[in-house]
Structure formats: structure tokens, C-alpha cells
Design a protein around this ligand. Structure first.
Ligand SMILES: C[S@@+](CC[C@H](N)C(=O)[O-])C[C@H]1O[C@@H](n2cnc3c(N)ncnc32)[C@H](O)[C@@H]1O
Length: 264
């Protein structure tokens, strides 16, 4: 099963059609309002947003530290015929990839909490600020840590995917530790169960063996109050926080995600 996982897991995990349908009107509206011509997608993952932005005629620079994510990103960009500049690196290195100011910096899909503590968050925000044009905009999209703390949330609902390559069950279990959340990503996968030579018998539900993969990731706690404080410290004087991509004002106790739009 390992081969299945080389480049595919994130794009199997995310229902991209649904996600882009939900999120892209928000970006289109904001980018039009700001007049975004060049942007930096920090922690771009498999570049699915970056590809959409490039299709809008925006010059896109995108980076990510993960070789596997970048491999997916290159493959996706090539398949879409989208001209994106892809680089390898971490948030605090943003300046390395930008030779002229950008109109927008984005950190989407819960990438930002991967920084190393509040110091790491400060370095990341300082790097983002330094590459932004004077009227540029910073957009952050991350899990709402306030909801996790207040509700003692220990897990997200499981996700099931049945694909031609096999079946997948994704579980995310959360542990709270000092100043951070440890996300345990547990993935169960099995080969396709269908009729054909060498394939497990579909009549026997347990015929295909499940393989378990688990990965832990430490996420620095950054509830909205910390984000607001650190954004102000980094020079962002105007900060809006939403609970969804329809710009619903954030309900710190209830909303699963925080979407931040920050300007100087
Ligand atoms: C859940 S994915 C989100 C990808 C994409 N932005 C999205 O919205 O779908 C989080 C990404 O953050 C990247 N990442 C982790 N640590 C990072 C760091 N220190 N700097 C930049 N990106 C990082 C990971 O490699 C991963 O691709």
C-alpha cells in the first residue's frame, strides 16, 4: 500500500471540488477588491489553490517544505497547465522567494500552526509582512484553537473515501499539551475491493487487509486572541476574523475554522 501514499494522501483526504467551490468566491471577491496581481502562497501543499489563482491571471509564487507535497504540487500544476513558481522552504524564509512585493500573502489550510511556538509565529508574520506591498493583504486560514480548548475537542469527525486506488479512513485525534495541540493523523487504507483477477472478493468485507499509517504533528496554540496580538505586533493595524468563507463574523466558541484578513 505504501506506493498509494507517496503523493496522493492530502489530495485524497481533501474533497477539493467541494472545498474550492466553498472558498474561491471569497478569494475572487477579496482579490478584486485589493487588486491582487502577484501573490505568495506560503505552505501551498498540493497547490490546488495556487492553480486556481494562476488561472485567474495572477502571478503566483508558492512554497512548501514538504518534498511529497511539492511533488503533488508540480504534478497538479503540470496537469492544469498553470504557470506557478514552486519553491521549497518554511514560512520564515518567505523573503527568499520574493524579489518584488506581493499584493497578497496566504497561509491556508491550517499550515501556520506548524511554526515553532509563539516565537515561530512572530518570525513567520514578520516575514509575511516584509514581502507585502503597502496596500497588500494577508490571509490566514486555520483551525480555531479556542473552540478546541473551550470544548475540550479531542477528535474531528472521521472521513471516508472510496477511490479507484483503494478505500481510506482518515481520523484526526487531538491531544492538548503545554502551549500546543498534538494532532494524530491516523489513516487506514486498503486496496480496492472489486471483482477481477488478484483482487479481494467483494463478498468478503474483510478480505482486503487494512494498513494503518499514523503521523503526529505539533501545532502551536494560536487562539484568535493570540493571533490578534501577534498580528498587531507585526504591523497589521486592521484585522478582520471570520468563521467561514462567506465572511460570517467569527464565533470563537463555535466555529471550526478562523479566517483572518489583515492589512497594515
Ligand atoms: C494541511 S496542509 C495545507 C496545504 C494548503 N495550503 C491547503 O490549504 O490545502 C499544511 C501545509 O503546511 C506545510 N508546512 C508545514 N510546516 C510548514 C512551515 N514551517 N512553513 C511552511 N509550510 C509548512 C505542510 O508541508 C503542508 O503542506
Amino acid at each position: 500500500m505504501a506506493a498509494l501514499w507517496k503523493n496522493a494522501p492530502y489530495d485524497v483526504f481533501v474533497d477539493w471540488d467541494a472545498r474550492l467551490a466553498r472558498e474561491m468566491p471569497f478569494f475572487r471577491g477579496l482579490f478584486e477588491e485589493v487588486g491582487v496581481k502577484r501573490l505568495l502562497d506560503a505552505g501551498c501543499g498540493s497547490a490546488r489553490h495556487a492553480i486556481e489563482f494562476a488561472k485567474m491571471g495572477i502571478e503566483v509564487i508558492a512554497f512548501d517544505p514538504s518534498e511529497d507535497m511539492l511533488a503533488s504540487a508540480r504534478e497538479n500544476a503540470l496537469a492544469a497547465g498553470a504557470p506557478i513558481r514552486l519553491e521549497q522552504g518554511v514560512f520564515e524564509e518567505a523573503r527568499r522567494f520574493v524579489d518584488a512585493p506581493v499584493d497578497a500573502v496566504l497561509s491556508l489550510g491550517n499550515g501556520l500552526p506548524h511554526v515553532d511556538g509563539v516565537e515561530g509565529l512572530r518570525r513567520a508574520l514578520a516575514a509575511f509582512e516584509s514581502v507585502l506591498a503597502p496596500d497588500g493583504v494577508l490571509v490566514l486560514h486555520l483551525v480555531n484553537h479556542e473552540r478546541l480548548s473551550r470544548g475540550n475537542v479531542r477528535a474531528f469527525p472521521p472521513k471516508f473515501r472510496s477511490t479507484p486506488e483503494g478505500d481510506f479512513v482518515f481520523l484526526r485525534v487531538i491531544d492538548r499539551v503545554e502551549g500546543a495541540f498534538v494532532f494524530n493523523f491516523i489513516t487506514l487504507s486498503r486496496p480496492p475491493v472489486s471483482e477481477g483477477p488478484g483482487l479481494p472478493d467483494p463478498a468478503d468485507a474483510d478480505a482486503a487487509p487494512w494498513t494503518l499509517d499514523d503521523r503526529r504533528s505539533r501545532h502551536t496554540a494560536m487562539p484568535p486572541t493570540v493571533l490578534a496580538e501577534e498580528l498587531a505586533r507585526a504591523g497589521f493595524g486592521t484585522v478582520e476574523m471570520f468563521g467561514d468563507h462567506d465572511r460570517k463574523p467569527l464565533d470563537e466558541a463555535q466555529d471550526e475554522s478562523v479566517i483572518v484578513v489583515a492589512r497594515r
